[in-house]
Design a protein around this ligand. Sequence first.
Ligand code: KG4
Ligand code: ZN
Length: 355
Amino acid sequence: MVILGIETSCDETAAAVVKDGREILSNIVASSQEMHVKTGGIIPERAAREQVKSIIPVIDAAMANAKCKMANVDAIAVTVGPGLIGSLLVGVETAKTMAWVWNKPIVPVNHLMGHIYANWLEDRTKTIDHRDKDTEPKLPAVVLVVSGGHTDLVLMKGHGKIEWIGGTRDDAAGEAFDKTARLLGLGYPGGPAIAAEAAKFEIRNTKYEIKLPRPLMDDKTFDFSFSGLKTAVAREVQKIPTAQRPKSLVAHVSYEVQEAIADVLVAKTLRAAKEYKVPTILLAGGVAANTRLREKFASEIKNLDLDFDLDFRAPPPLLCTDNASFIASFAAYNFRPVTWQKIAPNPGLTVAGEV
Ligand code: KG4
Ligand code: ZN
């Protein structure tokens, strides 16, 4: 089955053609990120206006790269939420029009569920932690979904069988990266900027101790809380007199923030995997592209004394952040088309919410 995926939930305009839920025939992402760098974040109306301009060229490019004609497309999949209403509307209205004109089935997709399916796409980059790249992940799995606006832990018992077991009470993990980056005067999006600074930091050169909390790490629930991190960072920096702040301070703080976020995410996810005795842990969402987080998962799993096998998987970094290939993949594994008249954006959708 060949599916054309369309994704416009945030600042990206993306289209992809995917065969049988796993093989990426094309994957085009246009981003208005450069525009948002200047403002330190997304201005929703400006993002949507850019998306109106790029949606048709992006779909055309995806079809051309896949060497595909509409006659070869079996269905259209589109993100209906969560996301920015103006941005979602661009993708949804385009997909509905195409479904009507070409008489194709259309599948509404929950963006957060879509992220999870990046773990089902074949890895052409061969960069990742998969032990056996050609097999599909074994279910049930504990899935950590960490994006710019959401942080959720879910138990995935099967395709379409999702149980929410915990999530953030305030800021998402990606938001914590983005907000601290802004505080430190780094670019947008904050995650990659913090990761790049953190990589420059050398522990042995440090004169100051920066101690950040690990919020809710030992708490019995599977909840998270990241809103205090930004304040903690500001407090730690203010402790050092301005004249005495070393050049390496930004790198040092970035390193500590990344450690704090990763420690909490890894600890809670591993505890969930142990408690539910699942064979698989899956990472999903933009923050899953973080190298340190992936390394920590891989090394901490090795240190666990388990009486069952536990496989850890994360998608190739380029497929972690927003793109349409995972939207098409989700639709192939959860093929529930609806008539185009019934599709509408749903900005407040949650990970286990029905589209
Ligand atoms: O999933 P995503 O692309 O968009 C949403 O659905 O929100 O996630 C974007 C988030 C941003 O907060 C960004 O800072 C973060 O993912 N991110 C990262 C990395 N790459 C993107 N965070 C940490 N390390 C990265 N390498
Ligand atoms: Zn996303």
